[in-house]
Design a binder for this molecule. Structure first.
Ligand code: ADP
Ligand code: MG
Length: 496
């Protein structure tokens, strides 16, 4: 074991130290900085694969203690990344004579939450917000684009399913505010919308670092807006109040990227605000980019005037990836993680079995790498891939979000009534009962708000949904028959 001890790195396999919470907080911050520095030299996928399982434990007397899953893991990091790690230590991040001390994970020694394999869960949960690099503007304003550095064109695999979207994205990066304005990217969940719209932003910034490029998701946009109203009672008619600051911030942007606009459904106030910003930016030939996971025509309860604005420029879609494209993506992700020796039959097997989205594909690959690295400690072969894919498909299926459409369908089937009757306003006893159960399930099984659920039930208001949910929930406690009905519908849903 002493073979791989170096001057600046110590390995301690006992790991019995009792770390105080204050120094572990400092350790966390220091480790975060460490990772940020590493990310300047390593690809994100490498960091995700190799460093996300490391837990910072303690920082005292310029010694940063980090916990690794095993001595093998330590040895591999040493072998691959010694140069980069030493570079950071030498840069003085840990202070004079700084050292990195490794301790090896032993069950029960640390308070880290444990599932069957802590390392794996850590990898998939990895969320360091790299590179939403902050710029300091001349007027002292701190401006952050919110873009992740890893979302670039270079990392984005092109293929038939996203050809048009990529072509439009390049055109926009070449000439922001030009003829592709606004641009709306639409496609299912996990097909690469966020990656692509952020890649446009990153490319524009690369060419012109002074541009004010700003990315955010629609829920964040809504939050910003409602918070500023709550704080200062903004009045659009005279432009006075706290949201005015927000308003002028948005109107000062060169490029606005608003992700997931399907979340504007049923929020008229936010839509109004969006509309004002849109007009102002558009008139000044500033680029606006939207994404949505539904085609515009299917967005419910969004003002006509806003819908028509969305369609002024170009609309491009991203389709689910074909088999060939999935193969290309798997190869790219393995290459990014610096893993080169995976046989073709393994890659083909994964591509054949993980079909639903690129996000799943990525998740599955991370699990396969982790399994080979931490559990079997062997090469990635077909047997290992099969095992992980099976497990992965099991979890994906269980956690896959249920759609409101399916809930309505399954409930209607159960009661032998039509879906339209559930969506209607009919109040006959049976229909009203079925509707209440479906609303209850929608609230329990999806992440939609009461408002959105109401909309999806043929435009009911949120109070109706709330009432139904409470009613069923209360009755479930005392009524076994109801319990069975709900269980039957749920199991029918699982089979859809
Ligand atoms: P969406 O926003 O459509 O739900 P994301 O853009 O978040 O999907 O993509 C999910 C994951 O898949 C991200 O980690 C992203 O980097 C990756 N990804 C998506 N499309 C591609 C692609 N064409 N090439 C490489 N990686 C991709
Ligand atoms: Mg997204």
């Amino acid at each position: 074991m002493t073979d791989f001890l170096t001057n600046s790195h110590d390995l301690n396999s006992s790991g019995m130290d009792d770390f105080s919470s204050r120094s572990s907080e400092v350790a966390r911050d220091t480790w975060k900085k460490f990772l940020e520095l590493l990310s300047q030299n390593l690809r994100q996928a490498e960091i995700k694969t190799w460093f996300s399982v490391i837990v910072p434990k303690d920082f005292e007397n310029n010694v940063l203690t980090i916990q690794v899953p095993s001595t093998d893991f330590y040895a591999m990091i040493e072998k691959r990344y010694n140069k980069e790690i030493n570079g950071i230590i030498e840069s003085g991040l840990l202070g004079k004579g700084g050292k990195l001390k490794y301790v090896v994970y032993q069950q029960g020694l640390f308070e880290t939450p444990r599932t069957d394999n802590p390392a794996q869960t850590k990898i998939t949960d990895f969320k360091y917000p790299y590179g939403s690099s902050q710029q300091k503007k001349e007027n002292g304003e701190v401006f952050s684009s919110n873009l992740l550095i890893r979302h670039t064109f270079e990392n984005f695999v092109k293929g038939e399913s996203n050809e048009l979207a990529v072509a439009a994205a390049f055109a926009i990066a070449n000439n922001p505010g030009g003829s592709y304005n606004p641009c709306l990217v639409y496609g299912g969940v996990g097909v690469g919308k966020t990656h692509l719209v952020q890649a446009i932003g990153n490319e524009i910034l690369k060419r012109n670092p002074d541009k004010r490029v700003y990315y955010l998701t629609t829920p964040d946009f809504t939050n910003q807006f409602t918070t500023s109203i709550a704080r200062d009672k903004f009045d659009f008619s005279n432009g006075k109040g706290g949201a005015k600051k927000l308003d002028s911030f948005y109107k000062s942007l060169d490029v606005l990227i608003l992700d997931d606009i399907q979340n504007l459904e049923g929020k008229p106030g936010t839509q109004d605000f969006m509309y004002q910003i849109f007009n102002s930016l558009y008139n000044q030939k500033r680029q606006i980019i939207f994404s949505s996971d539904k085609p515009i025509s299917q967005l419910k309860s969004i003002e006509e005037r806003l819908i028509s604005r969305f369609q002024w420029g170009i609309t491009v879609d991203i389709q689910p990836p074909s088999w060939e494209m999935r193969v290309a993506i798997i190869q790219k992700k393995l290459e990014e993680a610096n893993i080169n020796d995976v046989p073709d039959d393994v890659i083909h097997y994964i591509a054949t079995n993980i079909k639903d989205s690129i996000r799943s594909l990525e998740g599955c690959i991370v699990n396969i790498i982790a399994e080979s690295l931490l559990v079997t400690k062997s090469e990635i072969n077909l047997e290992l891939a099969e095992r992980v894919v099976h497990k992965f498909l099991g979890t994906v299926r269980r956690s896959k979000s249920v759609s409101i459409e399916n809930i309505i369908f399954a409930t209607a089937e159960y009661f032998k009534i039509s879906e339209n009757q559930i969506l209607s306003r009919k109040r006959t006893k049976e229909i009203a009962f079925a509707r209440q159960i479906a609303m209850y399930l929608a609230k329990e099984m999806t992440n939609y708000t009461l408002e959105s659920i109401g909309l999806n039930f043929g435009g009911k208001d949120h109070a109706t949904v709330l009432y139904s949910h409470n009613m069923i929930k209360e009755n479930l406690k005392k009524n076994n028959e109801l319990h069975d009905i709900v269980a039957d519908i749920k199991s029918a849903l699982a089979k859809l």
